[in-house]
Design a protein around this ligand. Structure first.
Ligand SMILES: NC(=O)C1=CN([C@@H]2O[C@H](COP(=O)(O)OP(=O)(O)OC[C@H]3O[C@@H](n4cnc5c(N)ncnc54)[C@H](O)[C@@H]3O)[C@@H](O)[C@H]2O)C=CC1
Ligand SMILES: CC(C)CCC[C@@H](C)[C@H]1CC[C@H]2C3=C(CC[C@]12C)[C@@]1(C)CCC(=O)C[C@@H]1CC3
Length: 401
């Protein structure tokens, strides 16, 4: 609320008759009240932004900012765009497809592997968010390598050529995960020697390229955000796969003892981490060339999370348990069989060794570094996030029987 002394009194204008004098005073009081309301609204808006983004970014909220979201038509990308617009950024989206309509957004359709496609989308832009990737469960190794690795190198070159100052990459916490327990893992853990899949292998290559290109002396600064298990409204992957598995009757068995803690991160918290990183990424800031875990900071047993979402959507929670190692070797055996019959038929098994490892081990990460360097704090709690997510999928809800 503004202080009383900041409110200006009504200004009086000269007139000869008393009715005019009265009318003029009333009009002026009205005008000043409106002005005061507007200033007060702005101040309270600043307060909200300040409490969320920290004092430094209050300034950024009011300044005009131009950014490009590569992969802006995707799940995370769309949420990024919405929040950036709310924060007063002017936003370009670069993607191979147009995922939504918004007259405030300038779409550039193209392939990030092509510098010619990219350059027009980067003109006059000072921040690039790179959150494009082929879907993690694709089997196309060549595509992962081309888009995540060589494509990201092209993005870096294009950014430098276009004079972009900040590049914020969406990496993944899985770059350090090898299928073995990780408890409260920090960013100092080494990259996985044996990544769980080819997607992750190329996410490692990608992150190394982006962090290695950090060059504040030449006004080019980079940072990598490592989220884990992103979920929320419009996610095409996590909740739909769970529901699909439940519908087909395969979601009855828990892998392991059901106690393994995992990070699931609400999409708005992931977005918040990205925007903070962009705003705190400055020459001489500790963020330059570094990776940051962004999680909900509330690890939860994997099967508790799955059960809460499924029960929320009126499906049964898994009841039975199978020892982790037994499930893992069974999944390995199934993958071997799938490989043998692959020249004849294509089968996509639900329980792959990778999914078994994700479902049966501990893998949660510390976000202390993000808290310390950019004042990160999740903006939506896990309880609220699960509630909002469940409510956002009426079409996936099982009709009561
Ligand atoms: N979904 C999750 O749980 C996690 C995702 N990530 C990372 O977050 C980022 C965003 O993921 P999501 O939004 O879930 O994926 P998504 O599949 O919904 O979005 C990716 C977008 O990238 C675009 N894209 C793909 N190839 C492209 C190309 N060659 N040129 C231009 N655009 C291209 C797609 O059209 C799509 O719109 C990815 O980098 C992913 O690796 C990291 C950790 C967890
Ligand atoms: C069939 C069930 C046993 C499992 C259903 C849930 C899974 C679909 C998800 C649980 C953890 C998720 C996860 C990812 C994708 C979806 C899950 C496997 C990622 C692989 C997405 C891309 C990343 O960068 C890492 C994620 C780790 C967690």
């Amino acid at each position: 609320m503004p202080k009383k002394e900041q409110m200006k009194g009504p200004s009086w204008s000269f007139c000869c008759c008393s009715q005019c004098l009265l009318l003029s005073a009333v009009v002026n009081i009205g005008k000043n009240l409106l002005k005061w309301r507007h200033e007060s609204d702005l101040r309270s808006q600043e307060f909200t932004e300040e409490s969320t983004y920290g004092a430094r970014s209050t300034h950024c909220a009011l300044a005009s900012k131009k950014c490009t979201v590569i992969g802006g038509s995707g799940f995370l990308g769309q949420h990024m765009v919405e929040r950036l617009l709310e924060r007063g950024y002017s936003v370009n989206v670069f993607d191979i497809r147009q995922g939504f309509e918004n007259e405030r957004v300038q779409f550039h359709i193209g392939d990030l592997c092509s510098k010619t496609d990219l350059l027009p989308a980067l003109q006059g832009v000072n921040i690039v968010f790179h959150c494009a990737s082929p879907a993690p469960f694709s089997n196309n190794k060549e595509l992962f390598y081309r888009v995540n690795y060589t494509g990201t190198r092209t993005v870096i070159q294009a950014c430098k050529e276009a004079g972009v100052q900040k590049l914020v990459l969406t990496s993944s916490a899985s770059v350090v995960f090898e299928g073995k327990d990780i408890k409260d893992g920090t960013e100092d853990l080494p990259y996985a020697h044996n990544p769980i899949d080819y997607y992750t292998e190329t996410k490692i290559l990608q992150e190394k390229e982006v962090l290695g290109s950090n060059d504040p002396a030449n006004n080019f600064m980079t940072v990598a955000i490592r989220p884990h298990g992103i979920f929320g409204p419009r996610d095409p992957q996590l909740v739909p796969i769970m529901v699909e598995t439940a519908k087909s009757g395969k979601m009855k068995i828990m892998i392991g003892n059901g106690k393994n803690l995992v990070d699931f991160t609400y999409v708005e918290n992931v977005v918040h981490g990205h925007i903070l990183a962009a705003e705190y990424l400055q020459k001489d800031s500790p963020l330059c060339g570094k990776a940051y875990h962004i999680t909900n900071d509330e690890p939860i047993p994997f099967w508790t999370f799955i059960s809460r979402v499924l029960v929320g959507l009126n499906y049964d929670a898994p009841k039975y348990k199978i020892p982790y190692l037994l499930a893992y070797y069974l999944a390995l055996f199934v993958s071997f069989l799938v490989l043998v019959v692959s020249p004849l038929i294509t089968i996509k098994p639900t329980f792959t060794p990778m999914r078994v490892a994700l479902a049966g081990t501990y893998h949660y990460y510390s976000c202390e570094r993000a808290k310390k360097d950019m004042g990160y704090k999740p903006v939506v709690s896990l309880d609220k996030a699960i509630e909002k997510t469940v409510q956002s999928y009426p079409q996936l809800r099982r009709a009561s029987q």
